[in-house]
Design a protein. Structure first.
Length: 292
């Protein structure tokens, strides 16, 4: 008789499986691509390392820790806000990478988003005071931003884009904002008629289904000292509640890490081939989550 199949999934083991898969892919890629990385490969492998560190940090966080690090027997607590912050970092990494490298339709669009991302990153250096000894670095930073602005304008010159959309992009690259967000090219057939920002709360721009709706808001209020996060910390921090507390964060982490890993393999030179060598089985966790 036909019917539904119930799948029991352990998110602790699942996240470890994803971590091992991503690490195996990265190590194999390093072994076969030792020099002459292009800009996109360099960015991708660096972000792979960052995601791996976030996963390891989350794995350590779910173990809990005592309030006083004196080695004596005492109550073990779970820092829920720390777990939320780490998981939110995984979400943001998957979101930005997908937005720049997967959602764009061609190399020009991708490069425009890369340049905006870089400009927003370099703008961060102007947000903090620096000593006089770093004046040359500040000047170089300004020159780099200006070069990226000019390069972006050159790309726009060869794109089929409405003047209003072009003006919006030029306004974005001129400002000194360092607030990272996603962007979308709005098109009518093949012509770009608009350029919109995508907030991190728009989970469907990355995950395409409703199962991640509300995730970023959940992670944000858990990360920040909102009253609700304080209330939940007081109610659910001791060890008997650990399993219930960690599962939501680990499930989100599994979805985000898998989304990033598979996107990275699509973009990385020889990434898909290496992924099939490291994880050839469709039932592997990194493949399983991609097909949900």
């Amino acid at each position: 008789m036909g019917g539904y199949v119930t799948i029991t999934f352990d998110p602790v083991k699942g996240l470890e499986s994803i971590r091992a898969s991503l690490l195996g892919i990265l190590l194999k890629w390093w072994d076969t691509h030792k020099t002459n990385w292009n800009d996109i490969d360099a960015i991708t492998q660096c972000m792979m390392q960052m995601v791996l560190f976030k996963i390891r940090s989350l794995q350590e966080a779910i173990k809990g820790l005592p309030l006083v690090p004196n080695g004596q027997k005492q109550t073990i607590y779970l820092d829920q806000s720390n777990m939320a912050s780490i998981t939110r970092g995984l979400y943001e990494s998957a979101f930005i990478y997908h937005n720049i490298f997967i959602s764009t339709d061609n190399e020009d669009e991708r490069q425009v988003l890369i340049n905006i991302w870089k400009i927003e990153g370099y703008n961060n250096r102007h947000k903090v005071p620096v000593p006089d000894s770093m004046e040359e670095d500040v000047a170089q930073n300004i020159n780099t931003i200006e070069s990226l602005r000019n390069a972006t304008k050159e790309i726009l010159n060869r794109m089929d884009i409405a003047e209003s959309a072009r003006a919006n992009i030029e306004k974005i690259i001129k400002r000194d904002s360092s607030n990272i967000k996603g962007y979308r090219f709005v098109k009518s057939e093949n012509r770009i008629i608009g350029f919109e920002h995508i907030d991190f709360t728009n989970a469907r721009s990355v995950f395409e289904h409703e199962y991640m709706d509300g995730t970023y808001s959940f992670l944000s209020y858990q990360s920040h000292p909102s009253f609700l996060s304080v209330l939940q910390f007081g109610q659910l921090t001791v060890k008997e509640h650990f399993a219930d507390m960690v599962r939501p964060f680990l499930m989100v982490a599994c979805f985000c890490a898998t989304k990033f890993a598979n996107d990275a393999c699509r973009v990385l030179t020889d990434g898909e081939r290496i992924k099939k060598q490291v994880e050839p089985n469709i039932l592997a966790t990194i493949n399983f989550f991609e097909n949900i």
